[in-house]
Design a protein around this ligand. Structure first.
Ligand code: NAD
Length: 399
């Protein structure tokens, strides 16, 4: 079995390697936060949960809260790279290997289907797994963040992160050189807008919910939740008014349509939860977002309101979507977990620091060190208590 000293190999916004022990330690930490956050606060019992996009970021945190916070039988679907010889697996693989191990140790159920969630094959495999092992689900979390989608007809669609109508010219951040830059991104074509909506909009979420419903795999009063983002004015040309924003609008419209289908007057329904901007593999790839997040972290940590993915998901489950709670929504029907991020005392300071930040003062005006540490932690690096000089087994099964 390959024992290897694993070091980060960062290329732009990903690391080509992941540390199995570091990822495992991250998961154990999240489990502890979920347990502490839910203990004594669970208004109702959740029997079983399906999480689409369960291996990293918001989906992983959702699955951890469901399984370890509520004891729910949890089935996740994700798209991760297994280990190969002495090459490491992707971080999500190791995250789930540890989540499975912990669940087994604690007599809980946590299962995973690793494959393309957009495909009919993985949908069919999920239906079989639910039927045979888990039963109808009380909650479906949709947390996919994907660069492309092959739809049921075999067409391949790509997601892009571009402005619409006019090019973006403004601040950016070069992760390779750690420099604040003037970046310029051309406006999206109609095809790029359509592609992004196909990948990150609501169509696939609706396909999942319709399929589960037809197969009798939604429990009475089941709830469905998908994740969205709005973000500040400084990123709006690229994010909310850009291609991805169009996809999120589509996702939000889909929530309304699915809500009409699932609302049984007894708690069932579908919602979009607008989550806080955080360092994840998906968000690090969005232009200007690493700089915004570094500033946001600085401000929210100073003001004492900073949260990570697991704290956000504890708040979502505990206060909004677990049985016994009626989600509190804004005028568009969205749950707003980004309330602390978007609060005026936070955004006013963020805007000032956004204008003032240059490469030279980055360490003073932003928490770039915190951003970078969180980024490396996504891949299991820089985690307290892990001996990075020791060889570690990289061939860990997902059982
Ligand atoms: P992430 O990259 O950490 O996670 C994406 C997940 O999707 C992973 O589990 C991955 O394996 C899975 N996945 C990707 N392609 C797949 C495929 N074809 N089949 C099966 N699984 C696949 O991303 P994240 O940042 O946690 O984003 C999740 C959702 O939360 C997205 O909708 C995102 O827009 C939203 N969101 C993110 C932020 C943020 O700042 N990170 C903020 C608000 C909302």
């Amino acid at each position: 079995m390959p024992q290897v000293v694993v070091e980060p190999r960062v290329r732009g916004f990903i690391s080509l390697t992941a540390h199995p022990e570091g990822c495992a330690a991250n998961v154990r930490e999240q489990v502890a936060v979920a347990r502490a956050g839910i203990a004594g606060h669970a208004a109702g019992h959740i029997n079983s949960v399906l999480v689409l996009g369960s291996s990293t970021g918001y989906g992983l945190a959702s699955a951890i809260v469901a399984c370890f916070g509520y004891g729910a039988k949890t089935l996740g679907v994700c798209f991760e790279k297994p280990p190969e010889g002495d090459k490491t697996a992707s971080a999500g693989w190791y995250n789930l290997a540890e989540a499975h191990r912990l669940a087994r140790e604690q007599g809980l159920t946590f299962r995973t289907i690793n494959g393309d969630a957009f495909s009919p094959e993985v949908k069919a495999e999920t239906v079989r797994a639910l039927r045979d092992q888990i039963g109808p689900v009380d909650l479906v979390i949709y947390s996919l963040a994907a660069p492309r989608r092959k739809d049921a007809q075999g067409n391949v669609w790509n997601s892009t992160l571009k402005p619409i109508g006019a090019p973006y010219r403004g601040k950016g951040f070069d992760l390779r050189n750690e420099a604040v830059t003037e970046s310029s991104i051309e406006a999206a074509t109609d095809e790029e807008i359509a592609g992004t909506i196909k990948v990150m909009g609501g169509e696939d979420w609706a396909e999942w919910i319709m399929l589960l419903r037809e197969e009798g795999l939604l429990a009475p009063s089941a709830r469905a939740v998908a994740y969205s983002y709005i973000g500040p004015e400084v990123s709006s040309a690229i994010y909310r008014r850009g291609t991805i924003g169009r996809a999120k609008e589509d996702l939000e419209r889909t929530a309304h349509a699915l809500h009409r289908l699932l609302d049984d007057g007894k708690g069932g329904g579908a919602w979009v939860s607008v989550n806080k901007g955080l360092v994840t593999q998906a968000s690090s790839a969005i232009p200007a977002v690493p700089l915004y997040l570094s500033i946001l972290y600085k401000v929210m940590k100073t003001q004492g309101s900073h949260e990570g993915t697991i704290e956000q998901m504890v708040r979502l489950f505990r206060d909004q979507i677990s049985p016994g709670h009626t989600p509190e929504v804004d005028r568009e029907g969205r749950i707003r977990l980004d309330d602390w991020e978007m609060a005026a005392p936070v955004q006013t300071v963020v805007e000032e620091l956004w204008s003032a930040t240059t490469t030279a003062n980055l360490a003073l005006t932003t928490d770039y060190a915190g951003f970078k540490a969180d980024f490396l932690r996504l891949f299991g690096f820089g985690v307290d208590g892990v001996d990075y000089s020791a060889p570690t087994e990289v061939d860990r099964p997902l059982v």
